[in-house]
Design a protein around this ligand. Structure first.
Ligand code: ACM
Length: 700
């Protein structure tokens, strides 16, 4: 049964003092707790349309007619008021501060949670209460969205809202493809709309250094520039850099003034900019210009800093000091992911360091670096944040872990009393393709749809009381290896970023995908009106059609003999995979596709008795970014005895090696034949390190 709607008390103009206001609203607020988000009667609207969905909404009676210019006053500090006015002006919402009786009153209420707010809209005016300036700002974001939905006549209502998590982030990789500060500010505007409060700026990586450092000018004279605009061309073409005045130079960097401008812009939107400076891996660009910091001393030979060399620490701490001077963020992200660690094993300096410090392996050597860097950061009043590899070899004492290889790293960190930010690839990686990869722009050969992002719960109760409070929040990551343009970047960020926002803000009991989907379609239109390029979610096809229904055919459930072995890494459901009736989806990692590396596929299905055959088909896929290739050719043959085979067809591949989108192809024979054993030989294309992925064998 639906609870009765709450009736808002009418404001009394003569006795309109803040105290009375507050008392009434407190009582009202209590009552409102019993009213569900969806409460409605008759003509009252069912939903506010606010995104991310607020925690509590109670509908009142009557309408609030907004004046052309909204006079406002209250407890906000003048600087916060001015920030809100500037922001409102950009949104076309005319606010003016007044000393007289305001229409919109800001009030301080210390009982409201950090960043939370209570927004009371009544025929006589609007009260926006919060315990901090961020809460007031978020209340204004909600008010703005109400005006977009209802125009200047708002329904009377009260919203009591606060974020589920204190860390709600988006990460942008500007190393692989540089994006200028105006683009960053444009995304910050949208982030603020969805109540994000952290922008993680991935400023350095092997493909380009993007921040001016006074003490190391070569970083932006050379390491920020490549003779290849496109990341893949650079990556396969020798991974070189060039001077910024080279006619072929492509790339860029932020001056310190650019950085200050972005930080200040973000601050006014209540977004903290978290800088990331990668170490000890993903650092080819630094080692190209300062090769003495690598184990070999030669440029273009290593991607990891030499940890045995004191000069490495001098460099890193010098850089971090300049970064800390610029960025007020309490967190400084130091990367820590995917160091190859190979050169450390044989480097005399690294070996000497390990011996001196009693470090038993290269994991402990990396941990030695992270701990030293943490001491440096902590001594300057900041905290270290790093990808989950910083757990390997022992976590630094005060570090916070950003969990990306699944959730295990974050959980392990939380169990040992550390904070964690959840950012697992399978729910938060916005570089993954979001819809039919044969149509979508080339992307990482993995798949992440809007509903899959939305369903994510970073801190389910099942993790237990010790873990849940240590999880600070959630972050979406956009890596940009294959995201070369601004439009493409926005296509990947939005609307999945909106789903991340709702995961971070809205309590699970108030989340509802159907409701979210309806709101997101409206948000997409608004984004488009404002010059953004989100993915057209309404045109999404969803999962691969072939994967939706099981197939039943002569080979279903029959035994398969493997003449060549599939990789244990991509075993899918093991030996039954190719005849289990389940065809693969878009994602090679969905445990329906089986993978072979550097090998032909050679398998035989035993149909158990000789029988007439009219069709044999097998699907393969190509995923450029994951080194998954079509076989050069597929031979289909049959046999009565499993020894002497007759070839029915040799089907040649016609997908070019360079083709960048994912492709799914059935290699098939049809005709008339007889046999008991069906053999499929898919020949590898010879590309070293290349995979073949294969799903169901269909025999009719
Ligand atoms: C990562 O995706 N390497 C953090």
């Amino acid at each position: 049964m639906r609870p009765e709607p709450i009736i808002l008390p009418k404001f009394d103009a003569e006795t309109h003092t803040l105290k009375r206001f507050m008392k009434r609203f407190f009582l009202f607020g209590l009552a409102a707790l019993y009213v569900s988000l969806a409460s409605c009667d008759g003509e009252r609207p069912r939903t506010t349309g606010i995104t991310p969905a607020p925690q509590q909404v109670a509908w009142g009676r009557g309408r609030c007619v907004l004046p052309e210019t909204i006079a406002c006053a209250g407890d906000l500090a003048p600087a916060d008021m001015s920030d809100i006015e500037t922001w409102a002006d950009r949104q076309g919402l005319a606010l003016v501060a007044t000393d007289a009786e305001p229409f919109l009153r800001f009030a301080t209420d210390d009982t409201i949670a950090a960043e939370g707010y209570r927004l009371t809209v009544s025929p006589e005016g609007i009260l926006l209460a919060s315990s901090d300036a961020a809460g007031a700002f978020y209340g204004m974001q909600s008010l703005l969205q109400l005006t977009e939905r209802f125009g200047r006549e708002l329904p009377a209502l009260e919203i009591a809202d606060a974020p589920r998590f204190p860390y709600r982030g988006l990460m942008l990789d500007v190393s692989r493809h540089f994006r200028d500060k105006e683009f960053v500010k444009k995304q910050l505007d949208l982030m603020a709309r969805y109540k994000f409060n952290r922008f993680h700026w991935h400023l350095t990586d092997g493909a380009g250094w993007r921040i001016a450092i006074d003490r190391y000018p070569e970083l932006t004279e050379i390491a920020a520039w490549r003779p290849y605009p496109d990341w893949d061309a650079w990556h396969t073409g020798g991974r070189r850099y060039c001077r910024r005045d080279d006619p072929k130079a492509d790339g860029g960097y932020y001056t310190k003034d650019d950085i200050r401008e972005v930080i200040e812009y973000a601050r006014r939107l209540h977004i903290t900019v978290v800088p990331e400076i990668e170490m000890p891996g993903h650092s080819e660009e630094v080692l190209a210009v300062y090769p003495e910091l690598s184990c070999t001393g030669e440029p273009y030979t290593c991607s990891d800093f030499c940890i045995g060399n004191e000069k490495t620490f001098q460099f890193l701490t010098d850089v971090l000091d300049e970064v800390i001077d610029l960025f007020p963020s309490e967190y400084i992200h130091i990367g820590g992911d995917e160091a190859s660690k190979g050169a450390w094993r044989t480097c005399p300096k690294c070996k000497a360091r390990m011996e001196r410090e009693g470090l038993k392996d290269v994991d402990e050597l990396q941990s030695y670096l992270i701990r030293r860097i943490e001491r440096h950061i902590n001594a300057r009043g900041r905290k270290l944040l790093g990808w989950d590899e910083i757990l390997e070899g022992g976590l630094a004492p005060n570090a916070t872990v950003m969990s990306w290889r699944g959730v295990e790293g974050g959980i392990a960190a939380a169990r040992s009393g550390h904070h964690a930010v959840m950012s697992p690839g399978d729910h938060c990686y916005l570089d993954f393709c979001q819809d039919d990869p044969t149509v979508e722009p080339p992307a990482a050969a993995a798949f992440l749809t809007l509903p899959t992002v939305y369903e994510y719960d970073p801190a389910p109760d099942s993790l237990g009381e010790a873990v849940v409070p240590m999880i600070l929040g959630v972050q979406g990551n956009l890596w940009c290896e294959r995201v070369p343009t601004e439009e493409h970047c926005e296509h990947m960020l939005w609307p999945r970023g909106v789903a991340i926002a709702e995961v971070g803000w809205t309590q699970p009991e108030h989340k509802d995908y159907d409701d979210f989907y309806a709101r997101v379609l409206v948000e997409i239109e608004r984004m488009q009106e404002r010059g953004y390029h989100p993915f057209e979610q309404k045109n999404a096809v969803g999962s691969r059609v072939e994967s939706r229904e099981p197939v039943a055919c002569l080979s279903t459930g029959k035994a398969v003999t493997y003449n060549t072995a599939y990789s244990p890494k991509y075993a899918a459901a093991g030996d039954g995979t190719l005849t289990d009736g389940l065809r693969g989806g878009w994602n090679y990692g969905d445990k329906r596709w089986q993978g072979w590396i550097d090998s032909d596929v050679d398998v035989v299905v035993d149909l158990e008795r000789k029988q007439p055959l009219t069709y044999v088909g097998v699907d393969f896929m190509q995923g450029f970014s994951a080194d998954i290739w079509m076989p050069r050719e597929v031979e289909i043959s049959v046999s009565d005895d499993g020894e002497r085979y007759t070839t029915l067809a040799v089907v040649a591949n016609d997908i070019p090696f360079e083709y960048r989108k994912s492709v799914y192809e059935t290699f098939a024979w049809s005709g008339e034949a007889e046999g008991r054993y069906v053999r499929i030989v898919a020949r590898h294309n010879g590309h070293k390190g290349g995979w073949i992925f294969c799903d169901e064998i269909v025999v009719r």
